[in-house]
Design a protein around this ligand. Structure first.
Ligand SMILES: NC(=O)c1ccc[n+]([C@@H]2O[C@H](COP(=O)([O-])OP(=O)(O)OC[C@H]3O[C@@H](n4cnc5c(N)ncnc54)[C@H](OP(=O)(O)O)[C@@H]3O)[C@@H](O)[C@H]2O)c1
Length: 419
């Protein structure tokens, strides 16, 4: 099953696209149109949906690999009696939290309406089905912003509710709350539909596109506010990925330090030949470390290094090579990370690995911090090959542009995602 509101949304057409520019296929769900005929009803619905979305945002940095979902339960008398959002994986989902909140307040949920920012689940995972919990609580109507593309749910949550006599209204994909919910869960949707994470590439540089001077000096091109903002984006990702070049040059920690987080993103290093030094700072807590290197091990030394790195607490992940045989196959890396539950991947690498991600068409979003400085000769954003024609340029559009301190923050996405 595909999802109509999947991925990047064209601000003009609302049409969406999928992996490497190909549209996501199949919209096998019946969408109940939002009921604009009853304006008063619709306006109060919007209010509660906004509240449910605000709750869903509280699951950022907490619920991965589960989606970020919020739920508001409104009584027959029109009072909010329960609120909740997804907890850590294995913990209760938003609906169960909201029903428990209502119960804790001694409020009756009989005949109430539940506003949920993703289709309630219908399967027994680590928790029982939320659709059943809503039915058991006597909920009369459920308003859903987004259908769940998870094959274990895929419209069955809606079917289960309707079979139990519950009125279910699913928002149209272009409803602002549906778009907001889709954006909030872009990583989860990517993993479910494309079996790979949403790849966000962060680069900090100067106005003339330099990330470092020729002599390697790069600390700091952007200001404090931009660097703090970058930490917020790191914190919302399931994993932060870099290349061995950056590890050897900078010995970075790659963790989130600027704020308290419920869960540190996993640090991932692409290190084809297992060269990560045993003393690398990112091997230290907090947070886990996954080292991806090549499967082939001709002399046995690589497995010795893998074992030594594992003793330092890293998880060694052997993966296949790309067509050159020299580096990791990025498609295999992304598939592996998705299988490990990574929804949003924050890539913070040097020019070489950046170029490989870009050339492969794997980047879904660029997070660029641009300082109002001109550095002249220096290192570029990505070591891309020279083009013979402007027609071959990687085309992007500006999704969002803001000043952060003295620097510019640009979110840019590939045109090819929009069909
Ligand atoms: N301004 C910024 O935002 C920013 C962010 C991060 C880093 N940096 C700077 O970037 C510099 C390091 O850049 P870099 O280009 O040398 O290192 P890098 O891009 O971080 O890492 C490059 C290495 O990744 C490995 N790799 C694994 N699979 C690959 C694949 N499929 N394609 C390409 N490479 C693959 C390669 O080594 P193996 O194949 O041998 O594993 C390659 O040498 C540092 O000076 C750092 O300060 C800047």
């Amino acid at each position: 099953m595909g999802l109509p509101t999947y991925g990047t949304l064209d601000p003009t057409s609302g049409h969406v696209g999928g992996m490497n520019g190909h549209p996501v296929s199949g919209v096998g769900c019946v969408i109940t149109r939002y009921r604009f005929d009853d304006l008063e009803f619709a306006m109060s619905d919007d209010l509660y949906l906004t509240q449910a979305l605000a709750l869903a945002k509280q699951a950022i940095g907490l619920s991965e690999p589960n989606p970020r979902v919020g739920c508001v339960v409104v009584s027959v008398a029109g009072q909010v009696i329960g609120q909740g959002h997804t907890q850590q994986a294995g913990g209760p989902h938003a609906e169960v939290m909201a029903l428990a909140d209502a119960a804790a307040q001694g409020a009756s949920t009989h005949g109430a309406t539940a506003y949920v920012t993703l289709e309630p689940c219908s399967h027994h995972g680590r928790t029982p089905p939320c659709a059943d919990a809503l039915v058991k609580a006597g909920i009369r109507r459920v308003v859903i912003t987004l259908l769940d593309p998870n094959p274990l749910v895929g419209g069955q949550g809606v079917a289960r509710l309707r079979a139990a006599g519950v009125q279910v209204d699913v928002l149209a994909p272009d409803h602002p709350a549906a778009v907001a919910s889709s954006d909030l869960n872009v990583g989860f949707l990517s993993r479910m539909v494309r079996q790979r994470p949403w790849v966000r590439m962060k680069i900090a540089g100067s106005l003339d596109g330099r990330t470092a001077l020729d002599n390697g000096q790069s600390k700091w091109i952007t200001g404090d506010a931009a660097r703090a903002d970058g930490q917020v984006w790191r914190a919302r990702a399931g994993a932060v990925l870099t290349g061995i070049g950056t590890v050897l040059a900078d010995d970075p920690r790659m963790d989130v330090r600027a704020m308290a987080v419920a869960k540190q993103p996993t640090r991932v290093v692409l290190d084809s030949h297992w060269r990560t030094p045993l003393t690398a700072r990112l091997l230290q807590p907090p947070g886990g470390v996954w080292l991806c290197g090549l499967t082939c091990d001709e002399d046995g030394a690589a497995s010795d290094r893998q074992r030594a790195l594992a003793r330092q607490g890293a998880v060694a992940i052997p993966l296949p090579a790309d067509s050159t045989g020299a580096h990791l196959d990025l498609g295999a890396v992304l598939a592996d990370l998705a299988a490990r539950g990574i929804n949003e991947l924050h890539v913070e690498a040097g020019a070489q690995l950046n170029a490989a991600f870009i050339a492969g068409g794997w980047v879904d979003e660029y997070l660029l911090y641009i300082a109002p400085k001109l550095l002249g000769p220096g290192r570029g954003l990505a070591a891309l090959p020279a083009l013979a024609s402007l027609d071959h340029a990687v085309g992007l559009y500006f999704h969002d542009v803001q000043l952060v301190g003295d620097d510019l923050r640009v979110l840019a996405r590939p045109h090819a995602r929009l069909q």
